[in-house]
Design a protein around this ligand. Sequence first.
Ligand code: SAM
Length: 228
Amino acid sequence: MQKTVKLEEIPDDLKLEMLKHNHYDQSNIVEHYNEAAEKYEQVYLTAGYHDPEKCAEVARDLFREEISTALVLDMGCGTGLCGKYLTDFGFTHIDGIDASSGMLEQAKSKNVYNELIEMFLGKPETYPAKFHNKYDVITATGILAEGHLDCTVFEEMLMSLKKGGYAIFTTRTMYLTQYKYGEKIQALVDEGRWELVREVVFDRYDQLDGEFGRFKKVEVRAFAYKKL
Ligand SMILES: C[S@@+](CC[C@H](N)C(=O)[O-])C[C@H]1O[C@@H](n2cnc3c(N)ncnc32)[C@H](O)[C@@H]1O
């Protein structure tokens, strides 16, 4: 049974941390996440952030047999929530990329990633060859969002995956149109580059009994696309 958090019960210091997540874009994203890293999980998990667990569940369901041999790349891994769930489910080789050293430090302390790489995503033209055609699974939670990655990251997902591998990612349903993610995802289907194998709909920030800053209940989708 999911617990509901009353806004008046949230301590002031945590409210201040929640407000930090209001305004930023790619020009100051590293500063923002370095500053927010230590309290990131407390903020997100208090509000009700299920994306990492949902994506890890989708990956587990797709890889039942070969879970321990699959190579996973967690794009925008942050503090490593997704890596932790993947490890709990039996995945043993997970690499992570993130632009924020502060978030990567938190991820490192979980001891669930093989390699953690500090790097900016969203630049397919210079995406390093060492990540090409290497992975069975890409996970990407919370990075297809306002101020985060645009559609170029889908190209990097496809570059990273082996043929037959899965890109598993989440985004708010409204962002599919607002940021044109849906258009690009469909274009890649039409071009025969990947196909949809799973879609899961759920709510994010559903543990708060109201709205605080950017945290209010919102519909999110987790997708799995198979590289053709
Ligand atoms: C909302 S957090 C999500 C972290 C983690 N995936 C999760 O679900 O908890 C967004 C993450 O994306 C990273 N990020 C944002 N833009 C990025 C970029 N261009 N390249 C790499 N990482 C980026 C941030 O540093 C941050 O750790």
